[in-house]
Design a protein around this ligand. Structure first.
Ligand code: BMA
Length: 828
């Protein structure tokens, strides 16, 4: 009885430019850019304006090779399967001189049985990568139309190639069109059996019973009997099966029932219980064990007709879940640099900011398993796009076959993750067809091609392998049929870009609330530290070459400044400008999210654009490329709280809203104070309140007509809080005028800090009103329990600081200072 031999072939690779004689060592998984950087053959493309210097890499053909030795044990096996888990992208692969693979899709593995070619001693794999740009150019030249690809900064070839769209550039990322082996390579040698896939379909699941259909796809070299056992130790589950397999491919299928299953819940709604199944398979000449970790839960997107249209509400285990979070893009231009700890830290930051959902957006990559494993562990629900965004695509037989193979692989790989709540065909393509003048300017058959891809190929795959999950053809979308208009409010999901792309004021968010807001955003600049890591001090100016080359959006820095100036006073220097851009962004998204949450349960989800960055540049992210939280991420931690209070002005009335995301009612006390900047109370209201489960309600309305005269209006605020018997759960501030119109006094405060239980505790005592006070640690990265706070005279605030994992400074060596908006706009 034996296990299959698995030989890792990721070590010992070499690469060279096609036509050159000299090979250099290469890393697999990796890509040619990273190999060139390692050998000092290209500069770091993220540094200053180096991106331009390295464009030739994408126009070039590259050769990779590996020589490895096969021992007797390996070559004696009947089958030798060589598997490339990810080839980026156009490559011919030779094994001992014979061509075995012609690859053209980076999103599924490529394999070949090399049994007839492998020999004892040295074997050689040679790979010829062809430039993805040069490959497509001749195809494009033959056509009398151009497939739209507005974000593509490499000549518009991207729609023809099944490769991460953002590699070609996006409005937040550089153009770095990679080539290489971006996943591991293995040689699997065996005589009798090869297990292709094990999956668990959740047929039925509720608190009383779960029915799991376990499916094992395997190859058997002969007709023989197998024993399969499925065990879960902690829950004492053990099932055994005897089966007779045929020679060739087999499909074993059995249903396992679990009485009173322990359910998996999204973050904030319960535990993320995960069952650890061990599947043992053996026969007379085969014996192996596999592991599968499963969260048992029932997930569904409720789309019920109602007076406003059709709902779009996530329900988990029969409970409605308000979905809060952001859009996820690949966390690096070079994906193999993203390690499990990077994913852990970013996903952890999402949960820290009270998010429970991320949308894996369609212009990036299908993320690796560790991403979804972590989402399962942390309770992050994943809206999973297929990798198609903002372009039209070919629909010839070859292309559709390639997509079908890609989708089949990805659906089978990912469907067992509890975290994935739906499949979505693409990002913004139907919207673009109807509303971005594509329909008017492009051949009509491209819409037929669209339908083949997103209304036939992809849904067919989903139906076949994962029939219980919703397949949603496009985002924004309002129907599962091919839509006749771009976006419709009242059903489905919406992207609202009137603010930023449309130049509208923040209050436009309030008027554009759909049933699920899956995109809206405001740009800002990264932290100064992050910029300094890629720039010289002479570059630290908004119009410098470096700052403009790290801004990829068409409306660019001008739009950031336009929004800053609309709401805030002029920053005194570059550093202040960066901070004010972040304050502007935080405020915009706060306004948006509050408008969405106030409309619960009409609106049951809100995901801002975008959580993270793939390089250090200006973007819509709340966490910059180096993992540093912008003001928005601190704001998100607050405005995504499960019990939340929001203040809105309607003419002379102030309306206070309470939101409760939790599945049971909330009883507590509301305190509302109208204050002037001297700390003088102009009015105080207290009230016991009740919030129904998963709801938003207006809990108080009062007239401020008499209080808001011209003289005072620039020097007053409303502060409201919701408290239960033990503590304050939410606090919010409201101002009657824009920040630039506020008459903010020069801040006076006491500031001290001490080390307490491995963290730093910072104590601030405000003597004046302070608007957007923020604490900075001089040497070390780390997280503050809160930041960018408004303080009223006499207020005492305690903030905790936790040092970042990468910092090797001692806590006692760190110094902290506090600044506020006032110092960003006043020189004295
Ligand atoms: C949305 C996204 C991205 C883009 C962002 C900002 O439409 O889907 O394509 O980066 O807007 O423009």
């Amino acid at each position: 009885m034996q296990k299959n031999l698995v030989k890792n072939l990721s070590e010992g690779w070499q690469f060279k430019r096609e036509g050159s004689n000299k090979f250099f060592s290469a890393e697999v998984p990796g890509c040619v850019h990273l190999d060139l950087i390692k050998h000092g053959m290209i500069p770091d493309p993220f540094f200053r304006e180096n991106e331009k210097e390295v464009q030739w890499v994408s126009d070039t053909n590259w050769n990779y090779q590996l020589t490895f030795s096969a021992d007797d044990k390996t070559i004696s096996k009947k089958y030798n399967k060589l598997i490339f888990y990810g080839i980026d992208t156009y490559a011919d692969i030779y094994f001992n001189g014979e061509k075995i693979i012609e690859a053209d899709n980076m999103f599924h593995p490529w394999e070949f049985d090399v049994s007839k070619l492998i020999k004892g001693g040295q074997n050689r794999i040679e790979i010829q990568f062809r430039s993805p740009l040069k490959e497509v150019e001749p195809v494009m030249e033959k056509l009398d139309y151009k497939l739209p690809a507005d974000n593509d900064q490499a000549g518009g070839t991207s729609p023809y190639t099944r490769k991460a769209p953002y590699h070609y550039g996006w409005d937040w990322g550089p153009c770095l069109v990679t080539s290489g082996l971006w996943k591991k390579v293995e040689l699997i040698s065996f005589n009798s059996t090869y297990v292709e896939n094990i999956s668990f379909n959740q047929l039925r699941c509720d608190a009383s019973i779960a029915e799991l259909a376990i499916e094992v796809e395997f190859f058997s070299d002969s007709k023989q009997k197998y024993h399969i056992s499925v065990e879960e130790e902690t829950k004492n589950i053990r099932e055994e099966f005897e089966i007779s397999a045929l020679k060739g491919n087999n499909n074993f299928f059995e249903i396992i029932k679990i009485i009173k299953p322990e359910l998996w819940w999204p973050s904030g709604h319960g535990k993320q219980y995960l069952y650890n199944f061990k599947i043992k398979i053996h026969s007379v000449d085969f014996n192996d064990a596999y592991e599968k970790r499963i969260g048992i839960r029932d997930v569904l997107i409720k789309r019920d007709k109602d007076k406003d249209g059709e709902s779009f509400a996530i329900s988990v285990n029969g409970k409605p879940i308000y979905s809060k979070g952001a859009n996820w893009i690949p966390a690096d231009s070079f994906t193999t640099r993203i390690k499990r700890e990077n994913y852990k830290s970013l996903l952890g930051d999402a949960v820290k900011a009270n998010m429970n959902t991320l949308r894996v957006w369609g212009g990036g990559i299908y993320e690796p398993d560790c991403f979804y494993e972590l989402c399962d562990e942390m309770g992050i629900m994943v809206w999973q796009d297929f990798m198609f965004a903002c372009s039209l695509y070919p629909a010839d037989v070859k292309f559709l076959k390639s997509v079908e193979r890609e989708a089949t692989y990805q659906v089978k790989r990912l469907k067992d993750y509890a975290s994935i709540i739906l499949w979505c065909g693409n990002n913004e393509i139907a919207w673009a067809w109807h509303n971005w003048e594509w329909k008017e300017n492009l051949p009509e058959h491209l819409w037929e091609d669209y339908k083949l891809l997103f209304h036939k190929t992809l849904p067919d795959v989903c139906k076949k392998y994962d029939p219980k999950r919703l397949y949603w053809p496009t985002s924004p979308g309002h129907t599962t049929e091919a839509p006749e208009e771009g976006q419709a409010y009242g059903g489905g999901d919406n992207h609202f870009w009137g603010v930023w792309h449309g130049g509208e004021d923040f209050d436009a968010y309030e008027k554009n609330v759909g049933r699920y807001m899956s995109e809206y955003g405001m740009q800002s600049f990264p932290e100064l530290k992050t910029i300094k890591e890629i720039a010289h001090s002479s570059d630290l100016a908004i119009n410098s070459g470096v700052m403009t080359s790290h801004q990829k959006a068409s409306l660019g820095n001008k739009n950031v400044i336009m929004y800053m100036e609309k709401y805030y006073s002029k920053p005194i220097n570059f550093d202040s400008l960066l901070k004010i851009s972040q304050l502007t962004q935080a405020e915009a998204i706060k306004v948006a999210v509050e408008s969405h949450r106030r409309k619960m349960p009409y609106c049951m989800g809100t995901l801002y654009w975008q959580l993270n960055d793939c390089w250090p540049g200006a973007s819509w992210s709340s966490i910059d490329y180096k993992g540093r939280w912008k003001a928005l991420h601190y704001a998100a931690k607050n405005f995504f709280q499960p019990i939340y209070i929001s203040i809105k002005q309607v003419k002379n009335n102030i309306e206070i809203y309470g939101m409760n995301d939790i599945n049971h009612p909330f009883k507590g006390d509301l305190v509302v104070q109208v204050l002037d900047f001297n700390g003088e109370s102009l009015s105080t209201l207290k009230k016991s309140i009740k919030l129904k489960s998963v709801s938003a309600s207006k809990i108080l309305t009062f007239d401020v007509g008499e209080l808001i005269d011209d003289e005072k209006i620039n020097r007053m605020l409303i502060r409201a809080s919701l408290n239960n018997k033990i503590k304050q759960l939410s606090q919010n501030e409201f101002y009657f005028v824009k920040p630039k119109e506020l008459q903010i006094p020069k801040p006076r405060f006491d500031f001290e800090y001490k080390i307490l239980n491995g963290e730093v505790e910072i104590i601030i005592k405000a003597h004046t009103f302070i608007y957007k006070a923020f604490i900075i640690c001089d040497k070390s990265d780390g997280l503050f329990s809160e930041n960018f706070m408004d303080l009223i005279p006499g207020e005492l605030k305690k903030v905790k600081f936790k040092k970042g994992k990468k910092s090797d400074h001692k806590l006692e060596d760190l110094t902290f200072i506090m600044k506020s908006y006032y110092e960003l706009v006043h020189k004295d």
